[in-house]
Design a protein around this ligand. Structure first.
Ligand SMILES: Cc1ncc(COP(=O)(O)O)c(C=O)c1O
Length: 495
């Protein structure tokens, strides 16, 4: 089917009705059935954000000289963020389009800073815990760095000794998280800061998810381990306003201890026929709406509003942690420092957590699955307070169902995700995922009824699942055990 621009424009009212209808099969985020992707601060706040976004939706922050309004709001967003992160008067930064851009910039900036000091630097590397956000892997891949992964301890925090052992003369950046996305724990930032200072290496703290929640939890009296600019050695921090900052998409920040770091983020070209070009971040054109709405969110909520939302989110997360821990056969992966919960089925239960995920999806929950270890992830916000009891009840019912239907773990999605996590040859998993992406962005992506995950006759993993089901899973179990005994393969897997 070919989709083309209509020969004649369609009336606005017709289009608006049609677009609203596209939502029919979307996940119900307002109702709290989605645990990431959308951070909802309630209807009043939401409506205010739409207006704040609309006010500047057409303006372009590409040229701050043309739009003093945007320049002012961006500068104020950065100053407010720097103060929240205890950055001091020399702290500087920029807004970006999101966490990934902030992370990409932290790596690019560190690489260019190192190159400015050492022209013969051949293959720069960055050292991170294995739980760091995948955006660092993306950065290493985009900018030609080697990424070195340090082990994490049993509590999922970085193993500082292992991390230090990976640092060498070509290390341009050390990074850790506050908290890390998978399990919500804060890495040992103080200890890593000491190492970074001693080795004279910049240290980035990725607080994309935690930047706008940990400061308020600390004020509420939570025992949050030190992680911001108060920690000596921390040289930059990423913090997303479009997550717990409760701003709409397209708003993150990257702040640096001082201009000696930020200067390496900037791009300037003086010879382009289009004119002298200066750009602080990755894109050219930048949405004015994202800036005005982020500024609006911070001003409208204020410290009081943020503390309220952070406190409610943490309370809901604790109720989930306690409720889930009390269910037979379920355990929390690590006790979190932030409102993020990761839980799994216990080894003793013999139940497949991905089969539990399927059961929850059947009950209209949107489920985030993770691996190493296989578990379910919940990014909890104040909006989830209302669903905690219903969620726990559904987990209890689903667990009971699984106990009486053990074969569910070797079928359908559960088997596919289980295999994806287990297959020792990660290249095979990558090929399968790339096949799905080629479909998702291929010429048939707009066909009616198109489903990139469905009818995947060519996908190697789906073929395995369909043809061998449970047999393949138990073979992979054995392969996994052998692999774990081979330190060399294990090291490769962690890369
Ligand atoms: C710790 C951390 N860093 C970076 C990111 C990437 O952020 P974004 O999805 O806004 O690009 C995330 C997203 O969840 C995150 O949790």
């Amino acid at each position: 089917m070919s989709v083309t621009i209509p020969a004649r424009g369609v009336p606005h009212s017709e289009l608006l009705t049609q677009m609203a209808g596209f939502r029919d099969r979307d996940a119900d985020w307002k109702g709290g059935r989605v645990f990431s992707l959308v951070y909802y601060g309630g209807e009043q706040h939401h409506e205010f954000l739409q207006k704040a976004h609309n006010l500047y939706f057409a303006e372009n922050a590409l040229n701050p000289m043309a739009f003093a309004s945007l320049r002012r709001m961006e500068a104020e967003v950065v100053r407010m963020t720097a103060a929240m992160l205890n950055g001091g008067p020399e702290c500087v930064g920029t807004m970006t389009s999101g966490g990934t851009e902030s992370v990409l910039l932290s790596v690019k900036t560190a690489r260019d800073r190192a190159r400015s000091k050492n022209k013969s630097l051949k293959k720069p590397n960055l050292v991170v815990p294995e739980t760091i956000h995948v955006a660092f892997d993306k950065a290493a891949s985009y900018f030609g760095l080697e990424i070195r992964y340090a082990r994490v301890r049993g509590d999922m925090r970085a193993d500082v000794r292992d991390l230090e052992s990976l640092i060498d003369a070509s290390t341009v950046l050390v990074a850790a998280s506050a908290p890390q996305y998978p399990h919500g724990v804060v890495d040992p930032i103080e200890e890593i800061g000491r190492i970074a200072q001693r080795r004279k290496i910049p240290f980035h703290v990725d607080a994309c998810v935690g930047g706008f929640v940990l400061p308020w939890l600390e004020r509420l009296g939570e025992a949050i381990p030190p992680w911001d600019f108060r920690v000596p050695g921390v040289t930059s921090i990423s913090a997303d306003i479009h997550k717990y900052g409760l701003a709409p998409k397209g708003a993150s920040t990257i702040t640096y201890r001082d201009m000696s770091y930020l200067r390496h983020q900037f791009f300037v070209s003086t010879d382009w026929p289009g004119g002298i070009y200066a750009s602080p971040t990755m894109p050219g054109t930048r949405s004015g709406g994202a800036i005005s709405a982020a500024w609006g969110a911070m001003m409208a909520l204020g410290e009081e509003g943020y503390q309220h939302h952070a406190g409610e989110a943490m309370k809901a997360a604790r109720r989930l942690v306690d409720g889930l821990s009390a269910i037979d056969g379920i355990e929390i992966v690590a006790r979190p420092d932030a409102p993020i919960v990761a839980y799994k089925t216990t080894d003793q239960s013999g139940l497949n957590v991905f089969a539990l995920a399927d059961q929850l999806e059947d009950r209209d929950w949107s489920v985030d699955r993770m691996q190493s270890p296989n578990c379910i992830h919940l990014t909890v916000t104040s909006n989830h307070a209302r669903i905690v009891d219903e969620y726990l009840e559904d987990v209890r019912t689903a667990m009971h169902w699984l106990e009486t239907h053990p074969s569910l773990g070797s079928r359908g999605n559960a088997a596919m995700y289980g295999m994806m996590a287990k297959i020792p040859f990660r290249g095979m998993v990558k090929t399968s995922v790339l096949e799905i992406m080629e479909k998702m962005y291929g010429p048939h992506a707009a066909d009616p009824g198109f489903d990139p995950m469905g009818d995947d006759e060519d996908g190697a993993i789906m073929r395995l699942v369909k043809e061998y089901g449970g047999k393949a899973a138990s073979l992979l179990d054995r392969a996994e055990k052998i692999r774990d005994r081979l330190p060399f393969l294990e090291k490769k897997r962690r890369r």
